[in-house]
Each structure stands twice: as C-alpha cells, then as structure tokens.
Design a binder for this molecule. Structure first.
Ligand SMILES: Nc1ncnc2c1ncn2[C@@H]1O[C@H](COP(=O)(O)OS(=O)(=O)O)[C@@H](OP(=O)(O)O)[C@H]1O
Ligand SMILES: [Mg+2]
Ligand SMILES: [Mg+2]
Ligand SMILES: [Mg+2]
Length: 383
C-alpha cells in the first residue's frame, strides 16, 4: 500500500490533535505571561515543566486512545506523573485537570468527541502515565514532546508541540505545532529585528498580527510537507483545505545562508558552531530560537542550516527530533548526525550512536560543506 493511504487516518488524527494542543498552550501561555501564576516546576534535572506540558500530554494520550480504540496505542512522551504527584506539586493536578477538560469540551471543533463526563484527576494521571512506551525497532509507537522548548514557552517566546509516529523503527509521520511562529516570514523578520535574537515576544502590543501560529506536517516518502494556519475563535476547523506546501530554501551559498541553533549555551556549544560557520564562510548572525521551530524554519526556507552540539555526556531524546526530521526531509532538506549518518529512531528513547551532534541543511551541497567544516573544526575544539 502506498504510504499516503496507509497512514491517512493517523495523519488526520495527529494534525487535529496538535491543533487542539496549540490552542491549549496559547491559553496557558497567555495566563503565565499576564498573571504570572505558579504553574511552572523544576524537574530533577533542573529543567522546567508546566501545566501546559502535562495538559498536552494528557489530552493527546486521551485522544489517541479514543481514536484508535481497536489498537493497543503505545506512546513515548517526555513527561511522567512523578513531579505532578509529589506533595509540593499537589496543587498542580487541579489546574491540569481543568485545562484538559476545557479543551476536551471543545473537541467537536477539531472533529473529536468530548468525554461524556469531565475527566477526573485519576483519569488525567492515568492518561499521562500511559505514555510509557520505550520504543525500539518493532511495532508502532507514537512519539510526543508535549511542549518542546519549555523555556521559550515560559518566556512567552517560541515553543512547539511535536507528535510523530514511528513504525518498525522509522518515522512515518511528523506533525509540528508552532503557536507563535507566524505563517509569513515578513512578520518573523519584523519581530526578529525588533527583538534581536528572539523571533517574537508575547508581550508585544501588536501581538494579534502574529498570534496566528502554524502547524506543519509530512508523511515520510511522500515528497511533500505542508503548513496550515491555526484556527481561532469559533471557526470550524477544516483541513487539509487551508494547507500550503512548504519547501526548503534554494540558497546553497554559505555566504548567503543563515544558521539556527538553541538559545541556551547549555544545550549546544555556541563557540563550536560559530567556528564551523566561520570556516564555511557563513556571514549572517545565528538565529537563536527555542524549540523545534528551528526545524520548522529550515523546512519552510526561513533558514538554511541547523546545528545542535550538546555536551558530550548528554544523550539526545527521540521526541526532540522525530517530527522535525521527517518534515525537513520531505520539504527537501537533509538531516544527519555530524558523521553524515541518518538519525536512528529505532533504539528506544534516545538517539543511540549519535556522532557528536545534529545537523540539518536545506540541501545536499550545503550539507556536504557543513560536514567538512565540522571535521575540520572538531580536532581544534575541546568538545
Ligand atoms: N543539557 C542539555 N543539552 C542538550 N539538550 C538538552 C539538555 N537538557 C535538555 N535538553 C533538551 O533540549 C530541548 C530544548 O532544546 P532547544 O533547542 O529548545 O534549546 S534552547 O531553549 O533554545 O536553548 C529540551 O526540550 P524540552 O524539555 O521539551 O524543552 C530538552 O529535551
Ligand atoms: Mg523538558
Ligand atoms: Mg523537547
Ligand atoms: Mg518538552
């Protein structure tokens, strides 16, 4: 069976539920920025988790289980219930439960059925903890990052909701919801100038012009990647009517290329990537953006290169990359590790065997040059 038909229902459900998650996150983010509520917690590794992360995970888990009742739905997702269940977090289950029920009450807008009764705390915890698959080379696994770039989310900046489907170790579907990433690049540039290294800020008084984010999606092997606007107000959600095809940039001259990378030095070695970019002849300043919006930027031609070189002890997780990789590839781009090998999504929760870092390019010619530059810079760096 042709891939396009084989995963038609899965893609349909995935796109709809990501739209739902975008709406959920927009509400929570507006609440965080305007009311500075206490809905953010630190995890054991000192990273952040918010009401939105748990609420999206519960919502997506519940919708996927309902939509594929005849299957044993396996989900790999970032969050667990430990922090949520801990004594000092007890106050968080109520806002999570309310947030999930609020969006599920609007399920029909997205073509889903609402639960007959509002979900209780125990059902919410169950939906979150059900996402405990560990992946691997066989079977079908959904992969979810409920909020990618949680730091960007709490800063009122860029973040993404990432949902992918892995079958027999290969990513077959990727969906990226980018609630603060406007459909039009002109808007992005406007905010980029205004805020220097940040694409956009929620505190911008003219925010109505960019609050319309986008959802991107692709099926592997289709040779097509798509983008559609978020829906607002009471408009009924129709798709794929409003979708437009996206493609990577045609720029292959490093002097004209823009590279993007994580905002935080702790997540990627800025000094190393600056050296690589310089040695390739890249002239533009790096575009530092939170979350998988970086993959989105490559897929639709807003930037040409993405690099992430985490510190040597850090193991990359599959949910931080699966959706972005398939969308970039289907839009015409190339994504590999620093040794030029494709990322391996078949070995569990981590991208095992990753050679040094992750690089994505708008085309093979830039990619070749980048691999060469990484090799040349590696020995002289102290990574
Ligand atoms: N030490 C370290 N090194 C590398 N990567 C790490 C590290 N710690 C966390 N993470 C993962 O990075 C995800 C956020 O990546 P970003 O590109 O958004 O980073 S940044 O905020 O722009 O700096 C982030 O995803 P979320 O937790 O979903 O936000 C993490 O999975
Ligand atoms: Mg996290
Ligand atoms: Mg993430
Ligand atoms: Mg996350």
């Amino acid at each position: 069976m042709e891939n396009g038909k084989k995963y038609a229902k899965e893609l349909d459900v995935a796109v709809r539920v990501v739209h739902m998650a975008c709406s959920l996150c927009q509400r929570v983010q507006a609440g965080l920025v305007n009311q500075s509520t206490d809905h953010v917690k630190s995890k054991d590794d000192n990273s952040l988790v918010t009401v939105a992360d748990w609420s999206v995970q519960a919502t997506v888990s519940w919708i996927l289980s309902e939509s594929f009742r005849d299957q044993n739905v396996l989900i790999i997702a970032e969050e667990d219930v430990n922090t949520l269940s801990e004594a000092d977090s007890a106050g968080l289950l109520t806002p999570v439960t309310n947030t999930v029920n609020e969006i599920l009450a609007e399920a029909s807008k997205y073509g889903f059925q609402s639960p007959k009764e509002a979900l209780g705390g125990a059902q919410i915890l169950e939906a979150i903890s059900r996402c405990n698959s560990t992946g691997g080379p066989t079977g079908r696994h959904w992969v979810l990052d409920p909020v990618d770039g949680t730091l960007g989310f709490v800063r009122g900046d860029q973040y993404a909701i990432a949902l992918a489907l892995i079958e027999e170790g290969n990513v077959v579907i990727g969906v990226l919801g980018c609630p603060n990433y406007p459909m039009k690049k002109e808007l992005l540039n406007h905010h980029h100038h205004k805020y220097s290294q940040s694409m956009s800020k929620l505190s911008d008084p003219t925010s109505h012009t960019w609050e319309k984010g986008c959802v991107m999606y692709a099926q592997s092997g289709s040779g097509e990647a798509w983008m559609q606007p978020l829906i607002h107000g009471n408009k009924k959600f129709e798709w794929p009517n409003s979708a437009e095809k996206i493609q990577v940039s045609s720029i292959d001259d490093p002097e004209l290329a823009t590279f993007c990378e994580p905002v935080e030095k702790a997540n990627s070695n800025h000094a190393f990537t600056a050296g690589v970019a310089y040695s390739m002849g890249v002239k533009n300043q790096p575009l530092r953006v939170h979350s998988m919006v970086k993959y989105a930027a490559i897929a639709r031609g807003d930037a040409e290169i993405f690099m992430k070189f985490a510190s040597s002890g850090y193991k990359e997780k599959i949910w931080d990359h699966a959706a972005g990789v398939v969308i970039v590839e289907e839009a015409g781009g190339v994504v590999t590790d620093a040794g030029g090998r494709p990322l391996d999504f078949s070995r569990g929760v981590y991208l095992e065997g990753l050679d040094r870092g992750i690089i994505a390019c708008s085309g093979p010619s830039l990619h070749d040059k980048l691999i060469g530059a990484v090799y040349a810079s590696w020995d002289s760096s102290n990574l």
